[in-house]
Write a protein that binds this ligand. Structure first.
Ligand code: ASP
Length: 328
């Protein structure tokens, strides 16, 4: 099984109120005010998308979508975000099969080629650290669309936007984080995001083998995030503002037998579990795909936002991010 990469992220440019020309690789680059700025642009973008307002904000710009790993939402929403703002995309899904990577071209050369054609590169890669590497190679902005089991910063921006829309704040929230705490990049970025705001508590529930590594716990606590590890479902506190469910990350396991052994111990969100432990005002989130981890019977519960606002907010926040990094 892969471990969370221990990247030295201190050299990444901090946003400090100015996204223009910056790579977006990690939540480490954000401060509270940067998140607020992105939210204000995302609210504007929501009006554009909801009202089908024609926009030429990205007219003349081309965004390369280089996805070395499969994706539905991140790929689809970046593609839609670019097009809703009048820009164009160069879509490469599975570059290992359809580009010169197949012939043995290096990652660095591939990045430089797409840099020459476009204004932004959105990169998903199966290895932790590759977004960081691409950002070092390219002089145009690189947006990390998920690098291995490391980070998924744009997912966190949409998750925080969803929480903020629902609760009007991002501080003093209690959240239950369930599933693959070892490998889920969405959880890693989310915890970094929550640690920027005061007074947040996360309760962690995972199969024993998929616990958050001790050094990550120490570093997140040092940033002010309160972390409580739960031993079983019976320990779930009844006053959580949100539950964030994740699947066991099958693709991070060395063999399917290893995966099966752990997947058997994974937790499933059911109407019964919600009835027992969820508050009436909470929301249930999932970055998806859910792969058996949320019973479809939960979908009709209005607290379930994973197929509703959480998806839509991915479009608005990515529209905002593209406009901001391009300085438009
Ligand atoms: N779609 C999210 C990701 O790319 C979550 C997942 O795949 O489980 O990390």
């Amino acid at each position: 099984m892969l471990q969370i990469s221990s990247l030295i992220q201190s050299e990444l440019a901090q946003i400090r109120g100015n996204f223009t020309g910056k790579d977006i690789v990690s939540l480490e680059q954000f401060a509270v005010d940067d998140i607020r700025l992105l939210f204000s642009v995302a609210r504007e973008m929501k009006r554009v998308a909801v009202n089908n307002m024609p926009s030429a904000r990205l007219a003349g710009y081309l965004v390369s979508l280089l996805f070395f790993e499969p994706s539905s939402r991140t790929f689809g929403s970046f593609c839609a975000a670019t097009k809703r703002l009048g820009g164009q995309t160069l879509d490469i899904q599975n570059p290992e099969a359809v580009t010169s990577v197949y012939k043995g071209e290096t990652f660095e050369d591939t990045i430089q080629v797409f840099e020459a054609y476009s204004d932004v590169i959105v990169l998903r890669h199966q290895l932790a650290g590759m977004a960081r590497r691409a950002a070092e190679v390219a002089s145009i902005p690189v947006i990390n669309a998920g690098d291995g089991n490391n980070e998924h910063p744009t997912q966190t921006l949409l998750d925080l936007f969803t929480l903020h829309e629902r609760f009007g704040r991002l501080d003093h929230l209690k959240g239950l984080l369930v599933g693959d705490l070892l490998n889920s990049r969405t959880l890693h970025s989310l915890m970094r995001g929550l640690s920027l705001f005061k007074g947040n508590t996360v309760y962690l529930l995972s199969p024993q083998l998929l616990r958050l590594p001790a050094d990550e716990i120490v570093s997140l606590r040092a940033r002010g995030l309160r972390i409580v590890e739960l031993a079983s479902e019976e320990d779930i506190p009844r006053d959580c503002a949100f539950w964030y469910w994740t699947r066991v990350q099958k693709e991070r396991f060395a063999s399917s037998a290893d995966y099966q052994a752990v997947a058997r111990q994974s937790f499933v969100a059911t109407p019964e579990l919600l009835a027992r432990y969820a508050s009436k005002d909470m929301i249930l989130m999932d970055p998806l795909p859910r792969v058996g981890t949320i019973d479809p019977a939960v979908d009709s519960d209005e607290r379930a936002v994973y197929l509703r606002s959480q998806i839509r907010n991915g479009l608005y926040t990515r529209m905002a991010l593209l406009a901001l990094v391009l300085g438009l």
